[in-house]
Design a protein around this ligand. Sequence first.
Ligand code: PSU
Ligand code: MN
Length: 313
Amino acid sequence: MLTPIPAQVTQLMDLHPEVAAALTAGHPVVALESTIISHGMPYPQNVEMATGVETIVRENGATPATIAVLGGRLKVGLTPDELEQLASDRRVQKISTRDLPFTVALGGHGATTVAATMRIAALAGIRVFATGGTGGVHRGASESMDISADLTELARTDVCVVSAGVKSILDIGLTLEVLETHGVPTLTLGSEEFPAFYSRRSGFASPLTVQTEAEAARVLHAKWTLGLTGGVLLANPIPEDAEIPAAEISPHIEQALADMAALGLTGKATTPYLLGRLVEITGGRSLAANIALVRHNAAVAARVASAYAALQG
Ligand code: PSU
Ligand code: MN
């Protein structure tokens, strides 16, 4: 079922013709975020990753729609030149939901976080979204109150986010608690344990488990048919051959957190700093793991989107 995009939103949005055609036909579409490109990985691996991920979505039967804000326009589906700009133009800001009106109003360039991407995907009528990792409750949040707006958006926006779980730079237990509070179904694909991004294991049981993408699609369909608004988090453990076991990555994460504390970084700068510092500390191994898990998530998301489209009839 296609919900028409309100006219006042269409005026602010550039829907790529290929994405528009897929949506009109009821074909599966997968949204992709852009903070991971501009602030999550170094150039030029970021642009290679983004292009590769779009190909994987296509190979798995869906149309990719990478989302960003360029010159104040909501972009749903990017041209190769636009992807290159996002990956390399230093004026591109990391923007979450709170920043969206400002960037649109002042004609800025924004790479959208999971939260802002979910919101734009929902405005375009896209229900499935692939990323690397989602934000969550930061360690020490009882003092800092640093809780990612990704969780707020999962609470209220009807989009399924496929991620490799939550990095242990965050407090995984508290993140799962907040998801529960907000009624966000939190499913892990093929595992009883919630994954920790670089590692398949986190030490935390997954609230729910599904064995196939088709089962996940049925959960989405049931949730929204019941009138339960808000998102679904589908956690997809990193492939075994790419994982960095928890025992190995933990000391590196502690090191990165200590380095960040020494610099006094807070707020939106923390996640990009920690990701970049881990790439340095691990000699590039965390970047290879990050790329592998995003590619895996894109394939899973495309299959979920296909199964969901089939349920819509
Ligand atoms: N986790 C990653 N890579 C990323 C991000 C998170 O492994 O690139 C990005 C995503 O865009 C996510 C954002 O939405 O960081 C969360 O930032 P914050 O914690 O400031 O809300
Ligand atoms: Mn934050």
